[in-house]
Design a protein around this ligand. Structure first.
Ligand code: ZN
Ligand code: ZN
Length: 132
């Protein structure tokens, strides 16, 4: 009985850490995914942990490197944040030190930039807020 209690505590502690980390990323407009390293679908504890994160919390949970690569490539910058051109057409001569992104790196549309003394952000009307 003691090992199952220990496992349950471990899951709770791990779950809190994951949820806390994702909440901090979401607070600054960053999307994140949970990757379960060395996931074994034949292990009941792994399956229940995955189901807990995905079903109870609605988190995106990945269990393979290929799925993680696809997820990452799907979010890679497609446009230059300074000039809005596709990244394959920009030679980075548009980059200026301390200047903010003025274009969405996903679609190349001009973004609305908000500045405050401690933070700045940019909002694309299609892709929402992301840190500039
Ligand atoms: Zn550029
Ligand atoms: Zn966009």
């Amino acid at each position: 009985m003691a090992p199952s209690i220990t496992a349950a505590s471990g899951l709770a502690a791990r779950h809190f850490s994951v949820a806390d980390s994702l909440a901090r990323l979401a607070a600054v407009g960053l999307n994140a995914v949970v990757y379960l390293n060395r996931y074994d679908d034949g292990d009941d504890l792994h399956r229940r942990n995955r189901a807990w994160l995905a079903d109870s919390d609605g988190l995106s949970v990945l269990t393979s490197i290929s799925a993680l690569v696809e997820w990452t490539l799907g979010r890679a910058p497609l446009h230059c944040g300074y000039c809005g051109k596709p990244v394959t057409e920009c030679d980075s001569s548009c980059t200026r030190p301390l200047d903010l992104d003025r274009f969405c790196v996903r679609c190349g549309r001009r973004v609305v930039v908000s500045l405050s003394p401690v933070r700045h952000s940019a909002r694309c009307k299609v892709h929402g807020t992301h840190c500039a």
